[in-house]
Design a protein around this ligand. Structure first.
Ligand code: SF4
Length: 175
């Protein structure tokens, strides 16, 4: 009964809402999307890199293939953040699940948030074959959650379909 009347909760990469959390201290506000979503759902902003404690501004990070595995690596220092990000991401996704999420909107091409075709450095070349490590945990732990990248929601029809999936998920979740 406590949940009656509240809007469905949807997680979102915090930079898409205008929060200045990117590595260079900037944001990636998608104003039309943010405004439309805010009318329909309760948004839950998350910046995995800031919440991991990397700070703002911070050394940029990227995906790299090392010994046949995709790793999350700081560009200048070469520090390998794979284990710490995966551990954080799994714990954060469990916390988000407990909030009763019914959808998630991710920032494309991010080594943390990107859902698909994230650049991976291999043998000096970038291949668009990766998935961000936060997105990886989200999709593994909550496989039924409607999850899209913001860029795929630019068309009104695509956004309507996503919102319908969110409402269906919310209805199932509430039983
Ligand atoms: S893409 Fe994700 S990790 Fe990068 S700034 Fe945005 S919310 Fe933070």
């Amino acid at each position: 009964m406590r949940e009656k009347g509240r809007l469905p909760r949807v997680g979102i990469s915090a930079c898409l809402l205008g929060q200045e959390v990117r590595w260079d201290g900037r944001h990636k506000l998608d104003a039309p999307l943010a405004e439309r979503l805010a009318r329909e759902v309760e948004l839950v902003p998350v910046c995995p890199e800031v919440e991991l404690g990397l700070g703002v501004p911070r050394e940029p990070i990227r995906l790299e293939r090392r010994s046949g595995e995709t790793r999350l690596v700081a560009v200048e220092s070469g520090r390998d953040l794979t284990a710490s990000m995966l551990s954080f991401a799994r714990s954060r996704v469990r916390d988000l699940s407990a909030l009763g999420l019914s959808g998630y909107v991710l920032k494309a091409r991010s080594p943390s948030c990107g859902k698909e075709a994230v650049p991976v450095l291999e043998d000096g070349r970038e291949e668009k074959t990766g998935r961000g490590f936060f997105a990886r945990a989200l999709l593994e732990l909550l496989p039924d959650l409607p999850v899209e990248e913001s860029e795929s929601l630019g068309e009104p029809a695509a956004l309507l379909v996503f919102l319908e999936r969110v409402r269906s998920h919310e209805a199932r979740r509430r039983g």
